[in-house]
Design a protein around this ligand. Structure first.
Ligand SMILES: NC(=O)c1ccc[n+]([C@@H]2O[C@H](COP(=O)([O-])OP(=O)(O)OC[C@H]3O[C@@H](n4cnc5c(N)ncnc54)[C@H](O)[C@@H]3O)[C@@H](O)[C@H]2O)c1
Length: 251
């Protein structure tokens, strides 16, 4: 039996770290060619090199998802080089400031929205256009458990992650008859640099009391759900939001 993604061309935005890196590895292990796209050139290069060393096919590309024309150029170059885009994962994001709404700095609000929300829109816009040329494809957008519930002091991040769920639903309906499936995933607290480097250990421990499994999830546990949604095994799954949150949102 062939691997799930044999011959498929995939692009993983935010593929240089954490969940995006785990998705990149799993896609390559299952036979896909992976374009690891990230703002951090070294991180993208490192993940692509590790995949190639393990016998997979990967290429690194540097891009800021907040820059629509840079995303368009990247997708165009993938189409020119590999013949199209079959699979895409939009995982690039930042955490942003932790301040109550009235104190939330305006410039920080705009930065978080530009990366987390506008960035996801930019990626989808050009991925969908490429997939239409290809005659189909599958996209997974990285929302969060904060696309479902709120977290005080995280207004920009929470608003962007809720909006990603809405964007996913609209686009899934628009392209449901074209062979393009679009879903969103909502991780709970996952053991990645975003969680570990941006938040104090006491804050993380407090958050974990809200996650009934009592531990951080692993990036690989989220990647497994992402890869299922990307695969033909999920052929009737589109427009939906899949929590991978250790029952965080079951409260
Ligand atoms: N870790 C968690 O607990 C958690 C929980 C819920 C949702 N998420 C979501 O999962 C996704 C991945 O997060 P992670 O935990 O792996 O974080 P991470 O920080 O490990 O990885 C994020 C990657 O995105 C890249 N990136 C950031 N801004 C970018 C930009 N403007 N353009 C291109 N690349 C950019 C970073 O360089 C990094 O490589 C994010 O969308 C995040 O919001 C994470």
């Amino acid at each position: 039996m062939g691997l799930r993604f044999d011959g498929k061309v995939s692009v993983v935005f935010g593929g240089g770290s954490g969940i995006g890196a785990a998705v990149s590895h799993q896609l390559a292990e299952e036979g896909a060619e992976v374009v690891v796209a990230d703002r951090d050139e070294n991180a993208a290069g490192d993940i692509a090199a590790k995949i190639c060393t393990a016998g997979g096919k990967a290429f690194a590309s540097t891009v800021d998802v907040a820059d629509a024309s840079a995303v368009e150029t990247l997708i165009r170059s993938v189409v020119e080089k590999f013949g199209g885009v079959d699979l895409a994962v939009n995982s690039a994001a930042i955490g942003g400031a932790r301040k109550s709404t009235a104190d939330y700095p305006l410039d920080e609000w705009r930065t978080v929205m530009n990366v987390n929300l506008n960035g996801t829109f930019h990626c989808m816009k050009y991925e969908i256009a490429a997939m239409q040329q290809r005659g189909g494809g599958s996209i997974v957008n990285m929302s969060s458990v904060l696309g479902s519930v709120g977290l005080p002091t995280a207004s920009a991040y929470t608003a962007a992650k809720h909006a990603i769920v809405g964007l996913t639903k609209v686009a899934a309906m628009e392209y449901a008859r074209t062979g393009i499936r679009i879903n969103a995933v909502g991780p709970g607290w996952i053991d990645t640099p975003m969680l570990n480097d941006c938040l104090e250990e006491t804050t993380v421990r407090k958050m974990l009391t809200l996650q009934p499994m009592g531990r951080r999830g692993k990036a690989e546990e989220v990647a497994a759900v992402v890869c299922f949604l990307l695969s033909d095994q999920a052929s009737f799954v589109t427009g939906s939001f899949h929590l991978v949150d250790g029952a965080y949102s079951a409260h």
